[in-house]
Design a protein around this ligand. Structure first.
Ligand SMILES: [Zn+2]
Length: 342
């Protein structure tokens, strides 16, 4: 049944991609997913067909790849996917770990925008960034946090003329509508930054009874669920190939004010791009094994001299990320000055 093949493929797409990134063949990816979800009774050969349709392999590759599938490599993949057994029947723990979303291999030309802080956005900067995305024909939009400011529900003192929550939400929905129509075919991701997290924290503090009511969830109120956005949680992050993508608040105080990218480098110790600092910066180095690592921070798309920090050395910016099938990647960390992209 075609719909079943597609649905099991779609349901496990990010895991399938993770397997492919880690060097598994299409065949072993199908087998592993079928083994991991016995309740779903996935037919691995049907799943393989779905994977092959998306990632075609030549006849010869298929043959050699199948030969590589020894029982030991299968065991290693099982461990990596957490298929281990609970030998001593230990009590099941509560799950409080972060999730890492591996972007599908096909999402390989990404427009990375962040810190729009609606309704304090900057129209020339945002326009310039979106224009580059359109011109370059990106297939993925990744809003890396703080698309909305949520001034109206912050815990700080608020000016009356600025504090309309309704206005913030209306403008944000309009902005999302514009992105949807500019990039109708692109895959879309929305990562919750520290400002976005104000939504949940407001509900927990002021209306905790609403916490588990779906209609009040951030993505639903913001209409992101209705227009096919993938949501990356406040503490979770994503990987595009070998590049980690974080908003930046997850690393907290670790990051130096002088060069945000260097602070991220010292903390993450792997190639990482963050937003949150509203400043473009880059830092590279090699680890003891000779691996070349680079970290970046991107500029913002909001106003540069907000009242809470008038002398901030903020700059406008965004990034274009291209990812190869083996996970290698290319980052263009763009700065914008007076609406012009550098
Ligand atoms: Zn932030």
């Amino acid at each position: 049944m075609a719909s079943t093949i597609n649905s099991s493929y779609q349901r496990h797409e990010s895991e399938i991609d993770k397997l492919l990134y880690s060097g598994a063949s299409n065949w072993i990816a199908a087998k592993t997913i079928a083994a991991k979800y016995p309740d779903e009774k996935i037919d691995s050969s049907n799943l393989l067909k779905a994977i092959n349709r998306r990632y075609p392999v030549s006849k010869t590759t298929q043959h050699t790849e199948q030969k590589k599938t020894s029982s030991s490599s299968f065991a290693a993949l099982k461990t990596e996917l957490g298929l281990h057994e609970n030998t001593f029947g230990l009590p099941e723990p509560l799950d409080d770990e972060i999730k890492v979303h591996t972007l599908p291999v096909a999402d390989n030309k990404i427009l990375l925008l962040s810190d729009v802080h609606i309704p304090f956005h900057n129209i020339p900067a945002l326009t310039a960034a979106l224009k580059v995305g359109v011109d370059r024909g990106v297939n993925t939009i990744y809003i890396n946090g703080d698309g909305i400011d949520f001034y109206g529900i912050s815990r700080f003192e608020k000016e009356k003329r600025l504090r309309s929550l309704k206005n913030e939400i209306d403008q944000f929905r309009e902005f999302i509508g514009i992105i949807n129509s500019l990039f109708p075919l692109a895959r879309r991701y929305y990562k919750l930054g520290n400002h976005c997290a104000r939504w949940d924290s407001y509900i927990r503090q002021n209306a905790k009874e609403f916490e588990d009511i779906e209609d009040f969830a951030f993505a639903n109120v913001m209409r992101l669920n209705q227009t096919e956005w993938n949501i990356i949680g406040d503490r979770d992050f994503a990987k595009a190939g070998k590049l980690h993508i974080l908003h930046g608040h997850e690393l907290a105080q670790a990051v130096s004010p002088v060069n945000p990218a260097r602070g991220v480098y010292l903390k993450a110790m792997q190639s990482t791009i963050v937003a949150h600092h509203h400043r473009t910066s880059e830092h590279s180095g090699k680890n003891i094994g000779g691996d070349f690592i680079t970290c970046w921070s991107t500029g913002c798309l909001s106003q540069l001299r907000p009242k809470y920090n008038p002398l901030a050395s903020y700059n406008h910016g965004f990034a274009i990320i291209e990812v190869e099938r083996d996970g290698d990647f290319h980052v263009e960390n763009k700065r914008i000055d007076n609406g012009k992209v550098y």
